[in-house]
Design a protein around this ligand. Structure first.
Ligand SMILES: [Zn+2]
Ligand SMILES: [Zn+2]
Length: 67
């Protein structure tokens, strides 16, 4: 059986970035609406699940199909 490399899209983020929960995506937090410390004001943070790449490669064993 041949091994096949497939690209698994990360379901936790959008292209490696996800909305910052600390500020709700606005980049600012109350009180005073200062720059959000968690995302540095970007409103989104790097996805820790995929490391910011938006997905990962996975090796799967595929059964040979007969045409
Ligand atoms: Zn934030
Ligand atoms: Zn991700």
């Amino acid at each position: 059986m041949p091994a096949k490399q497939v690209w698994k899209k990360c379901t936790f983020c959008n292209s490696g970035r996800k909305m910052c929960f600390a500020c709700g995506g606005s980049g600012k937090v109350s009180p005073g609406w200062q720059k959000c410390y968690d995302c540095n004001g970007f409103g989104s943070v790097l996805c820790t699940n995929c490391g910011g790449s938006g997905g990962w490669r996975e090796s799967t064993w595929v059964e040979e199909e007969e045409d």
